[in-house]
Design a binder for this molecule. Sequence first.
Ligand code: FMN
Length: 186
Amino acid sequence: MSKGVRKRDFPLGNVRRYLEPGPIVLVSSASKGKTNIMTMGWHTMLEFSPSLVGCMISSGNHSHGMIRESRECVINLPTTALTDAVVGIGNSSGADIDKFAQFGLTAEKASKVGAPLIRDCHANFECRIVDDALIARYNFFVFEVVKAHVAPSPKHPQTLHYTGDGVFMVSGKVISRRSKFRPENL
Ligand SMILES: Cc1cc2nc3c(=O)[nH]c(=O)nc-3n(C[C@H](O)[C@H](O)[C@H](O)COP(=O)(O)O)c2cc1C
């Protein structure tokens, strides 16, 4: 029986460290003949089918204007093999550098959107904006995934999960309770 966990008061501005779901993703975009990539942790699934993803892309980011203008992007899933690129991409601006060249990543043509896939990532999700109502107020974009490319193995890739302060957790041990699930929740 749990005896409970003792807590302390906690700064509201750091609550995100516990609620950021991850995994960290790389968002690639294209606009006016240029490509770009940003690192992103603030995203959430909104619907199974159609597959809707909501995310916060700050208006200060170069990617914000590119994605707003083209109305498309690709959400790419990196593994720990790309940790240094994830950090570098999230701490530099596409207004100053070509991030594909700078971080040694390979751009691949997507099938349904103009933005490039990042070939080095475990999975690539081609997205189009389906609702822009919250962009002006919250920088919140609602995307529909229109095409998904996923490596068949490993089944559980080692993904990065940001905990703030420059520190990541890495996805690890897998546990299953499959037999106790309702089918609609599987
Ligand atoms: C681990 C990590 C997570 C980040 N998550 C987000 C995010 O969810 N939304 C956002 O707008 N910026 C996020 N950023 C910041 C952008 O990646 C960063 O501002 C980047 O330089 C933007 O690139 P750009 O100006 O070329 O678009 C994150 C950065 C890091 C390192």
